[in-house]
Design a protein around this ligand. Structure first.
Ligand SMILES: [Zn+2]
Length: 206
C-alpha cells in the first residue's frame, strides 16, 4: 500500500466534500493532527475509524486503501490485494511486538544475573546484598504486565484439541502456566484445556 498516494487521495476527497482538516477531525472525534498525518502519508487511518472516514468522504474502504476510486473491472482483484496486504502488515507488526518482548525479557534478566553474580562473589554486608538483588528485580516487575499484554494481543493462540485460533483474555494469559509462549489455557470454542501455541495468523493456510 502506498501511504503517500493514500494521503493525497484523502486530502482530495476531503476537499471535494468541502471540509477543512479541522472539520473532518471533528466529525471523526479525532485531532486535526491525525488528519494531517494521514494526508502527508506519515500514518494510516486506524482500522477502527476507517469505515467512518470512508462514509464521510463518500468512498469505500477499497478505494481508500488503493488511494483512488477503483473501477468495477479490477475491483475484486484490488480488494483481495488490499486485504492480503493488511493481513501481512498486521502479522509483521505482531512479529515486531513479539521481538520487543524478547528484548524486554533480556533487559530484565541481565541485571538480575549480574546482581546475583556480584552478591555471590563480592564480599559485602547481607543487607546490601538484599538491596542490590531487590533493586534488580524491579525492572522485571515493571515489564511483566507489558510483556503479558504483548503476548495476549500479538497473534493468536491455537487450541491443540480443535485447532481454533483466538485472542485470549488478559486474565487467562496472566493466570495460565506457560513454557515460553506456549500456554496451558481453556479453548473458548471447544472448552477443552490444552497447551496452546502462539501463532501469527488467524487462518491456517498462511
Ligand atoms: Zn478448542
Amino acid at each position: 500500500m502506498d501511504q503517500i498516494k493514500i494521503g493525497k487521495f484523502i486530502a482530495e476527497c476531503r476537499k471535494k466534500a468541502n471540509l477543512t482538516q479541522m472539520q473532518l477531525a471533528e466529525k471523526l472525534n479525532i485531532t486535526d493532527r491525525a488528519v494531517s498525518k494521514w494526508e502527508t502519508g506519515k500514518a494510516m487511518p486506524d482500522s477502527a475509524i476507517m469505515l467512518e472516514l470512508c462514509d464521510v468522504l463518500k468512498i469505500n474502504a477499497n478505494d481508500l486503501l488503493c488511494g483512488e476510486v477503483v473501477t468495477m473491472d479490477n475491483y475484486n482483484k484490488e480488494l483481495e490485494n488490499n486485504l492480503l496486504e493488511m493481513i501481512k502488515q498486521k502479522e509483521q507488526a505482531d512479529k515486531r511486538l513479539l521481538r520487543t518482548e524478547i528484548v524486554m525479557g533480556i533487559c530484565c534478566i541481565l541485571p538480575l544475573i549480574a546482581s546475583l553474580i556480584i552478591v555471590l562473589t563480592v564480599p559485602m554486608e547481607e543487607w546490601l546484598g538484599s538491596v542490590i538483588v531487590g533493586a534488580s528485580v524491579v525492572p522485571l516487575l515493571i515489564a511483566t504486565p507489558f510483556a503479558l499484554k504483548i503476548e495476549q494481543k500479538a497473534g493468536y493462540y491455537e487450541c491443540q484439541k480443535c485447532g481454533h485460533r483466538h485472542i485470549p483474555k488478559y486474565s487467562s494469559v496472566f493466570c495460565s502456566m506457560h513454557i515460553n509462549r506456549t500456554r496451558y489455557m481453556r479453548c473458548p470454542k471447544c472448552g477443552k484445556i490444552s497447551w496452546q501455541k502462539k501463532v501469527l495468523s488467524k487462518e491456517k493456510k498462511f
